[in-house]
Write a protein that binds this ligand. Structure first.
Ligand code: HPA
Length: 234
């Protein structure tokens, strides 16, 4: 047990999928894993371990924002020895060619700040995905017929953004989408020599103001879980 994860040693698999929403962790575990068992529910942040195609997998909620994800990812890596961590979540589209329901594989994650800012200070560290996972996820998405974009995303600290000028600069520089967790996950994976990737579904769009209808959310989320699982064990 750690401060924020109630699982016993050995309850967490080397491969961990991390949705922001704990109820999505439960849905994905019940839908995709065999013999899924709830291994932690501290603060309602549910985590499940089961098997997929014979491989042990944990699906652990991260909460919203980098400070929350950082707590869970630190403990998964340092205390439970997680080796592969894949964020599965939603993002806001930032380019005209990126449509609602499309999947974005985040090659890099730009930020204003992360919980690791104190280490880097004046250095602009470039958080990036594990290339093997990225390539495998791209192949899996193509095989599934899911429209997919690979490129840079922006991990913001705020959902209700009072700096529209920053979004304009992100759009101007080709950033595909905005979410709130990937950059810190990539930095922690780099620090501890683990593999990380963010697989994101476009749930809303900053230019067109479109949003994914509620009835489509489950199917899009399922596509993402399947891509993540296939990439993890490719
Ligand atoms: N901003 C930040 N995070 C998000 C968004 C957004 O528009 N959509 C989904 N996650």
């Amino acid at each position: 047990m750690t401060i924020h994860i109630g699982a016993r040693p050995g309850d967490i698999a080397p491969t961990v999928l991390m949705p922001g929403d704990p109820f999505r962790a439960r849905w994905a575990a019940e839908t995709f894993l065999t013999d899924a068992v709830c291994v932690t529910q501290v603060r309602g942040m549910l985590g499940y371990t089961g098997t997929w195609n014979g491989h042990r997998v944990t699906i652990q909620g991260s909460g919203m924002g980098m400070p929350s994800l950082s707590i869970y990812a630190n403990e998964l890596i340092r205390d439970y020895d997680a080796q592969t961590l894949i964020r599965i979540g939603s993002c806001g589209g930032m380019q005209p060619q990126v449509g609602i329901r499309d999947v974005i594989l985040a090659m890099t994650a730009s930020t204003l700040s992360t919980p690791s800012r104190g280490i880097f200070r004046e250095l602009n560290f470039a958080p990036c995905a594990d290339y093997g996972l990225l390539a495998a996820a791209h192949q899996a998405a193509q095989a599934q017929g899911v429209k997919t974009h690979v490129g840079g995303i922006y991990s913001s600290d705020v959902f209700y953004d009072e700096r529209p000028d920053l979004n304009e600069q992100m759009i101007r520089h080709g950033i595909l989408g905005v979410e709130m967790e990937a950059a810190e996950l990539y930095i922690l994976a780099a620090r501890y020599g683990r593999r990380a990737l963010a697989v994101l579904t476009v749930s809303d769009h900053l230019i067109t103001q479109e949003a994914l209808p509620a009835e489509d959310r489950e199917r899009s989320f399922g596509d993402m879980v399947h891509i993540a699982l296939t990439a993890a064990f490719a």
